[in-house]
Design a protein around this ligand. Structure first.
Ligand SMILES: Nc1ncnc2c1ncn2[C@@H]1O[C@H](COP(=O)(O)OP(=O)(O)OP(=O)(O)O)[C@@H](O)[C@H]1O
Ligand SMILES: [Mg+2]
Length: 359
Protein backbone atom coordinates (compact mmCIF):
# COMPACT_ATOMS: atom_id res chain seq x y z
CA UNK A 1 0.00 0.00 0.00
CA UNK A 2 2.86 2.38 0.74
CA UNK A 3 5.53 1.14 -1.68
CA UNK A 4 7.77 4.23 -1.42
CA UNK A 5 8.22 4.06 2.32
CA UNK A 6 11.13 2.09 3.67
CA UNK A 7 10.11 -0.46 6.37
CA UNK A 8 12.42 1.16 8.96
CA UNK A 9 10.55 4.42 8.37
CA UNK A 10 7.29 2.71 9.30
CA UNK A 11 8.87 1.43 12.52
CA UNK A 12 10.16 4.92 13.35
CA UNK A 13 6.62 6.19 12.93
CA UNK A 14 5.39 3.74 15.56
CA UNK A 15 7.80 5.09 18.21
CA UNK A 16 6.54 7.36 20.95
CA UNK A 17 9.94 9.13 21.00
CA UNK A 18 10.15 12.05 18.58
CA UNK A 19 12.97 11.62 16.06
CA UNK A 20 14.41 14.28 13.74
CA UNK A 21 17.40 14.31 11.43
CA UNK A 22 18.91 17.63 10.33
CA UNK A 23 21.88 18.50 8.11
CA UNK A 24 24.89 20.72 8.89
CA UNK A 25 22.81 23.85 8.17
CA UNK A 26 20.10 22.60 10.54
CA UNK A 27 17.77 21.88 7.61
CA UNK A 28 15.20 19.21 8.43
CA UNK A 29 15.79 15.97 6.50
CA UNK A 30 13.40 13.70 8.30
CA UNK A 31 10.77 13.69 11.05
CA UNK A 32 8.75 10.78 12.45
CA UNK A 33 5.06 10.84 13.44
CA UNK A 34 5.82 11.44 17.13
CA UNK A 35 7.86 14.54 16.17
CA UNK A 36 5.03 15.75 13.92
CA UNK A 37 2.65 15.38 16.87
CA UNK A 38 4.98 17.03 19.35
CA UNK A 39 5.63 20.09 17.20
CA UNK A 40 2.23 20.06 15.48
CA UNK A 41 3.78 20.23 12.02
CA UNK A 42 3.60 18.04 8.94
CA UNK A 43 6.85 16.35 7.86
CA UNK A 44 6.08 17.19 4.23
CA UNK A 45 5.66 20.89 4.98
CA UNK A 46 8.82 21.37 7.01
CA UNK A 47 11.10 19.12 4.95
CA UNK A 48 14.15 21.11 3.84
CA UNK A 49 13.31 24.07 6.09
CA UNK A 50 15.69 25.30 8.75
CA UNK A 51 14.86 23.90 12.17
CA UNK A 52 14.86 27.37 13.70
CA UNK A 53 12.24 28.56 11.21
CA UNK A 54 10.08 25.46 11.05
CA UNK A 55 9.39 24.80 14.70
CA UNK A 56 9.14 26.67 17.95
CA UNK A 57 11.38 26.44 21.00
CA UNK A 58 14.37 25.56 18.89
CA UNK A 59 16.99 27.49 20.88
CA UNK A 60 17.51 24.44 22.97
CA UNK A 61 18.03 22.20 19.91
CA UNK A 62 20.47 24.60 18.22
CA UNK A 63 22.39 24.77 21.47
CA UNK A 64 22.48 20.97 21.87
CA UNK A 65 23.43 20.38 18.22
CA UNK A 66 26.38 22.74 18.64
CA UNK A 67 27.49 21.03 21.86
CA UNK A 68 27.21 17.54 20.34
CA UNK A 69 29.00 18.53 17.12
CA UNK A 70 31.81 20.21 19.05
CA UNK A 71 32.32 17.18 21.30
CA UNK A 72 31.87 14.77 18.37
CA UNK A 73 29.68 12.44 20.41
CA UNK A 74 26.17 11.94 21.66
CA UNK A 75 24.92 14.58 24.10
CA UNK A 76 21.85 14.34 26.35
CA UNK A 77 20.07 16.99 28.30
CA UNK A 78 17.44 15.92 30.79
CA UNK A 79 14.26 17.55 32.03
CA UNK A 80 14.36 20.73 30.00
CA UNK A 81 11.10 22.65 30.18
CA UNK A 82 10.09 24.11 26.82
CA UNK A 83 7.08 25.81 25.27
CA UNK A 84 6.64 23.59 22.29
CA UNK A 85 3.38 24.23 20.44
CA UNK A 86 -0.15 25.41 21.03
CA UNK A 87 1.04 27.05 24.27
CA UNK A 88 1.94 23.64 25.56
CA UNK A 89 4.72 23.56 28.14
CA UNK A 90 6.40 20.17 28.18
CA UNK A 91 9.39 18.69 29.94
CA UNK A 92 11.66 16.80 27.59
CA UNK A 93 14.77 14.63 27.62
CA UNK A 94 16.73 15.40 24.46
CA UNK A 95 19.63 13.44 22.96
CA UNK A 96 21.60 14.77 20.01
CA UNK A 97 23.95 12.48 18.06
CA UNK A 98 26.19 13.54 15.16
CA UNK A 99 25.82 11.08 12.23
CA UNK A 100 27.88 10.45 9.13
CA UNK A 101 27.66 13.00 6.34
CA UNK A 102 27.34 15.94 8.75
CA UNK A 103 23.85 14.95 9.67
CA UNK A 104 22.53 15.12 13.23
CA UNK A 105 20.01 12.83 14.90
CA UNK A 106 17.75 14.44 17.53
CA UNK A 107 15.70 12.24 19.88
CA UNK A 108 13.12 13.86 22.12
CA UNK A 109 11.23 11.98 24.83
CA UNK A 110 8.45 13.75 26.69
CA UNK A 111 9.14 13.27 30.39
CA UNK A 112 5.69 14.61 31.15
CA UNK A 113 4.37 11.65 29.25
CA UNK A 114 5.75 9.23 31.87
CA UNK A 115 4.81 11.30 34.90
CA UNK A 116 1.49 11.92 33.22
CA UNK A 117 0.88 8.20 32.81
CA UNK A 118 1.60 7.55 36.52
CA UNK A 119 -0.47 10.54 37.60
CA UNK A 120 -3.23 9.54 35.26
CA UNK A 121 -3.20 5.98 36.60
CA UNK A 122 -3.63 7.33 40.14
CA UNK A 123 -6.44 9.55 38.91
CA UNK A 124 -8.25 6.60 37.35
CA UNK A 125 -7.94 4.49 40.54
CA UNK A 126 -8.99 7.45 42.70
CA UNK A 127 -11.92 8.13 40.42
CA UNK A 128 -13.21 4.56 40.63
CA UNK A 129 -12.96 4.55 44.44
CA UNK A 130 -14.81 7.88 44.66
CA UNK A 131 -17.57 6.66 42.34
CA UNK A 132 -18.07 3.47 44.42
CA UNK A 133 -18.17 5.33 47.72
CA UNK A 134 -20.64 7.90 46.42
CA UNK A 135 -22.96 5.30 44.98
CA UNK A 136 -23.09 3.40 48.27
CA UNK A 137 -23.64 6.52 50.31
CA UNK A 138 -26.22 7.93 47.90
CA UNK A 139 -28.35 4.77 48.04
CA UNK A 140 -28.27 4.76 51.84
CA UNK A 141 -29.41 8.37 51.99
CA UNK A 142 -32.02 8.03 49.25
CA UNK A 143 -33.99 5.13 50.74
CA UNK A 144 -35.34 6.86 53.88
CA UNK A 145 -35.87 10.19 52.10
CA UNK A 146 -39.13 9.17 50.41
CA UNK A 147 -40.58 8.06 53.76
CA UNK A 148 -39.45 11.25 55.46
CA UNK A 149 -41.07 13.45 52.81
CA UNK A 150 -44.30 11.39 52.79
CA UNK A 151 -44.58 11.58 56.60
CA UNK A 152 -44.07 15.37 56.53
CA UNK A 153 -46.86 15.69 53.94
CA UNK A 154 -49.25 13.60 56.05
CA UNK A 155 -48.39 15.65 59.09
CA UNK A 156 -48.99 18.86 57.15
CA UNK A 157 -52.48 17.70 56.13
CA UNK A 158 -53.33 17.24 59.84
CA UNK A 159 -52.10 20.68 60.87
CA UNK A 160 -54.58 23.47 61.28
CA UNK A 161 -52.02 26.08 62.31
CA UNK A 162 -50.38 27.71 59.24
CA UNK A 163 -47.34 28.75 61.25
CA UNK A 164 -46.59 25.10 62.04
CA UNK A 165 -46.81 24.31 58.32
CA UNK A 166 -43.68 26.36 57.82
CA UNK A 167 -41.81 23.61 59.65
CA UNK A 168 -43.22 20.79 57.55
CA UNK A 169 -42.39 22.85 54.43
CA UNK A 170 -38.78 23.05 55.60
CA UNK A 171 -38.69 19.25 55.97
CA UNK A 172 -40.22 18.76 52.51
CA UNK A 173 -38.02 21.24 50.68
CA UNK A 174 -34.85 19.99 52.39
CA UNK A 175 -35.81 16.39 51.55
CA UNK A 176 -36.26 17.48 47.91
CA UNK A 177 -32.90 19.24 47.91
CA UNK A 178 -31.21 16.13 49.31
CA UNK A 179 -32.93 13.94 46.73
CA UNK A 180 -31.68 16.16 43.90
CA UNK A 181 -28.18 16.04 45.31
CA UNK A 182 -28.31 12.27 45.62
CA UNK A 183 -29.68 11.89 42.08
CA UNK A 184 -26.79 13.98 40.79
CA UNK A 185 -24.35 11.79 42.71
CA UNK A 186 -25.87 8.62 41.33
CA UNK A 187 -25.41 9.92 37.80
CA UNK A 188 -27.71 9.66 34.81
CA UNK A 189 -30.66 7.31 35.38
CA UNK A 190 -31.16 5.88 31.94
CA UNK A 191 -27.96 4.43 30.57
CA UNK A 192 -27.59 5.94 27.09
CA UNK A 193 -25.82 4.01 24.40
CA UNK A 194 -22.95 5.24 22.28
CA UNK A 195 -23.68 6.78 18.92
CA UNK A 196 -21.74 8.40 16.10
CA UNK A 197 -21.07 11.95 17.21
CA UNK A 198 -19.61 14.97 15.48
CA UNK A 199 -17.56 16.57 18.24
CA UNK A 200 -17.91 20.04 16.73
CA UNK A 201 -21.67 19.81 16.63
CA UNK A 202 -21.59 18.92 20.36
CA UNK A 203 -19.18 21.76 21.11
CA UNK A 204 -21.35 24.26 19.21
CA UNK A 205 -24.30 23.25 21.35
CA UNK A 206 -22.34 23.69 24.57
CA UNK A 207 -20.99 27.01 23.31
CA UNK A 208 -24.47 28.30 22.48
CA UNK A 209 -25.80 27.23 25.90
CA UNK A 210 -23.00 28.81 27.92
CA UNK A 211 -22.88 31.97 25.80
CA UNK A 212 -26.60 32.42 26.37
CA UNK A 213 -26.23 32.16 30.15
CA UNK A 214 -25.77 35.51 31.82
CA UNK A 215 -23.01 35.70 34.40
CA UNK A 216 -22.76 37.80 37.49
CA UNK A 217 -20.13 40.47 37.10
CA UNK A 218 -19.00 43.07 39.63
CA UNK A 219 -21.58 44.28 42.17
CA UNK A 220 -23.82 41.33 41.28
CA UNK A 221 -24.83 42.79 37.86
CA UNK A 222 -25.74 40.05 35.40
CA UNK A 223 -23.75 40.58 32.17
CA UNK A 224 -23.52 38.89 28.78
CA UNK A 225 -20.16 37.18 28.56
CA UNK A 226 -17.47 37.65 25.91
CA UNK A 227 -18.27 35.05 23.19
CA UNK A 228 -16.37 31.79 23.36
CA UNK A 229 -13.64 31.39 20.72
CA UNK A 230 -13.41 28.28 18.52
CA UNK A 231 -10.20 26.64 17.39
CA UNK A 232 -11.40 23.44 15.75
CA UNK A 233 -9.45 20.88 13.77
CA UNK A 234 -11.87 20.15 10.91
CA UNK A 235 -10.13 16.87 10.06
CA UNK A 236 -11.05 15.25 13.40
CA UNK A 237 -12.94 11.98 12.73
CA UNK A 238 -16.41 11.23 14.10
CA UNK A 239 -16.53 9.87 17.64
CA UNK A 240 -18.52 6.91 18.89
CA UNK A 241 -19.62 8.00 22.38
CA UNK A 242 -22.61 8.74 24.60
CA UNK A 243 -23.62 12.12 23.22
CA UNK A 244 -25.54 13.38 26.27
CA UNK A 245 -22.73 12.40 28.61
CA UNK A 246 -20.20 14.27 26.50
CA UNK A 247 -22.41 17.36 26.45
CA UNK A 248 -22.82 17.20 30.24
CA UNK A 249 -19.08 16.77 30.85
CA UNK A 250 -18.25 19.67 28.51
CA UNK A 251 -20.91 21.89 30.07
CA UNK A 252 -19.38 21.32 33.49
CA UNK A 253 -15.91 22.29 32.22
CA UNK A 254 -17.04 25.29 30.18
CA UNK A 255 -19.20 26.63 33.03
CA UNK A 256 -16.22 26.37 35.38
CA UNK A 257 -14.09 28.23 32.84
CA UNK A 258 -16.73 30.97 32.53
CA UNK A 259 -17.11 31.26 36.31
CA UNK A 260 -13.37 31.50 36.77
CA UNK A 261 -12.65 33.87 33.87
CA UNK A 262 -15.66 36.11 34.56
CA UNK A 263 -17.84 37.81 31.94
CA UNK A 264 -14.87 39.66 30.39
CA UNK A 265 -12.61 36.60 30.37
CA UNK A 266 -11.72 34.67 27.24
CA UNK A 267 -12.54 31.02 26.69
CA UNK A 268 -11.21 28.91 23.83
CA UNK A 269 -12.63 25.55 22.74
CA UNK A 270 -9.95 23.62 20.86
CA UNK A 271 -10.01 20.22 19.17
CA UNK A 272 -7.05 18.17 18.00
CA UNK A 273 -6.16 14.55 17.41
CA UNK A 274 -3.22 12.77 18.96
CA UNK A 275 -1.59 9.52 17.92
CA UNK A 276 -0.24 6.87 20.27
CA UNK A 277 -1.70 7.96 23.56
CA UNK A 278 -2.02 5.94 26.76
CA UNK A 279 -5.23 6.23 28.75
CA UNK A 280 -5.78 4.01 31.79
CA UNK A 281 -2.94 1.65 30.85
CA UNK A 282 -4.23 1.18 27.33
CA UNK A 283 -2.33 2.49 24.30
CA UNK A 284 -4.65 4.03 21.72
CA UNK A 285 -3.61 4.64 18.12
CA UNK A 286 -5.69 7.76 17.83
CA UNK A 287 -7.43 9.87 20.45
CA UNK A 288 -9.44 13.06 20.28
CA UNK A 289 -8.31 15.96 22.43
CA UNK A 290 -10.84 18.61 23.45
CA UNK A 291 -9.38 21.59 25.31
CA UNK A 292 -11.35 24.11 27.33
CA UNK A 293 -8.99 27.00 27.96
CA UNK A 294 -9.63 30.11 30.03
CA UNK A 295 -7.57 33.12 31.03
CA UNK A 296 -8.90 33.33 34.58
CA UNK A 297 -6.77 33.37 37.74
CA UNK A 298 -6.16 29.60 37.64
CA UNK A 299 -6.33 26.92 40.33
CA UNK A 300 -4.06 27.45 43.35
CA UNK A 301 -1.31 24.79 43.41
CA UNK A 302 -2.35 23.54 46.86
CA UNK A 303 -5.87 22.91 45.56
CA UNK A 304 -4.88 21.17 42.33
CA UNK A 305 -4.62 17.66 43.77
CA UNK A 306 -8.14 17.81 45.17
CA UNK A 307 -10.37 19.36 42.55
CA UNK A 308 -11.66 16.04 41.21
CA UNK A 309 -12.87 15.05 44.69
CA UNK A 310 -16.60 15.57 45.30
CA UNK A 311 -17.63 18.59 47.39
CA UNK A 312 -14.36 20.40 46.77
CA UNK A 313 -15.31 23.92 45.81
CA UNK A 314 -14.03 27.46 46.15
CA UNK A 315 -17.31 29.04 45.13
CA UNK A 316 -19.91 29.99 47.74
CA UNK A 317 -22.77 28.67 45.61
CA UNK A 318 -20.79 25.71 44.19
CA UNK A 319 -21.60 22.11 45.09
CA UNK A 320 -18.18 20.79 44.07
CA UNK A 321 -19.72 18.08 41.91
CA UNK A 322 -19.09 19.44 38.41
CA UNK A 323 -15.62 17.99 37.95
CA UNK A 324 -16.08 14.57 39.61
CA UNK A 325 -19.23 14.04 37.55
CA UNK A 326 -17.50 15.12 34.32
CA UNK A 327 -14.54 12.83 35.10
CA UNK A 328 -16.87 9.93 35.82
CA UNK A 329 -18.81 10.39 32.56
CA UNK A 330 -15.67 10.69 30.47
CA UNK A 331 -14.01 7.68 32.09
CA UNK A 332 -17.11 5.62 31.29
CA UNK A 333 -16.42 6.46 27.64
CA UNK A 334 -12.88 5.11 28.06
CA UNK A 335 -11.42 8.62 28.25
CA UNK A 336 -9.89 10.92 30.83
CA UNK A 337 -9.94 14.57 31.92
CA UNK A 338 -6.66 16.26 32.82
CA UNK A 339 -5.71 19.88 33.36
CA UNK A 340 -2.82 22.29 33.57
CA UNK A 341 -3.26 25.57 35.35
CA UNK A 342 -1.29 28.72 35.95
CA UNK A 343 -2.57 32.27 36.44
CA UNK A 344 -3.94 33.47 33.10
CA UNK A 345 -4.03 30.04 31.48
CA UNK A 346 -6.02 27.04 32.66
CA UNK A 347 -6.61 24.21 30.22
CA UNK A 348 -8.93 21.29 30.96
CA UNK A 349 -8.47 18.52 28.40
CA UNK A 350 -10.86 15.70 27.61
CA UNK A 351 -9.09 12.76 25.95
CA UNK A 352 -11.36 10.33 24.13
CA UNK A 353 -10.23 7.18 22.33
CA UNK A 354 -11.31 7.01 18.70
CA UNK A 355 -11.66 3.24 18.54
CA UNK A 356 -15.10 1.79 19.00
CA UNK A 357 -14.00 -1.04 21.31
CA UNK A 358 -14.10 0.99 24.53
CA UNK A 359 -15.96 -0.26 27.59
N1 LIG B 1 -11.27 26.67 34.98
C1 LIG B 1 -11.06 26.79 36.30
N2 LIG B 1 -10.32 27.82 36.79
C2 LIG B 1 -10.09 27.94 38.12
N3 LIG B 1 -10.57 27.09 39.05
C3 LIG B 1 -11.31 26.05 38.64
C4 LIG B 1 -11.60 25.84 37.24
N4 LIG B 1 -12.34 24.71 37.14
C5 LIG B 1 -12.52 24.25 38.40
N5 LIG B 1 -11.91 25.05 39.30
C6 LIG B 1 -11.86 24.87 40.76
O1 LIG B 1 -12.30 23.55 41.05
C7 LIG B 1 -13.39 23.61 41.97
C8 LIG B 1 -14.27 22.41 41.74
O2 LIG B 1 -14.97 22.52 40.51
P1 LIG B 1 -16.35 21.76 40.33
O3 LIG B 1 -16.88 22.05 38.98
O4 LIG B 1 -16.16 20.34 40.70
O5 LIG B 1 -17.27 22.41 41.43
P2 LIG B 1 -17.91 23.87 41.47
O6 LIG B 1 -17.77 24.52 40.13
O7 LIG B 1 -17.32 24.58 42.62
O8 LIG B 1 -19.42 23.54 41.77
P3 LIG B 1 -20.50 22.91 40.77
O9 LIG B 1 -20.91 21.63 41.40
O10 LIG B 1 -21.56 23.92 40.69
O11 LIG B 1 -19.82 22.66 39.47
C9 LIG B 1 -14.03 24.95 41.71
O12 LIG B 1 -14.75 25.40 42.85
C10 LIG B 1 -12.82 25.83 41.44
O13 LIG B 1 -12.20 26.19 42.67
MG1 LIG C 1 -18.38 23.52 38.42
Amino acid sequence: MTPNIHPSRLILDELTTAIMVVDAEHRILSLNHAAEELFRVSARQVHGQELEQAIRATDIFSELINTACTSGGSYTQRERRVNISDQRMVTIDCTVTPLEGERVLIEIAEVDRHTRITKEHNLVVQNRAIAELLRGLAHEVKNPLGGLRGAAQLLEAELSDNELREYTQVIISEADRLKNLVDTLLGPKNPTSPEIVNVHEVLERVRALVDAEGIEGEAGVVMSPVPIVRDYDPSIPLLYVERDHLIQALLNLVRNARQSAGPQGNIILRTRTQRQMTIADKVHRLVARIDVEDDGPGIPVEQQEQIFFPMVTSRAEGSGLGLPIAQNLVSRMGGLIEFTSEPGCTVFTIWLPMETDHE
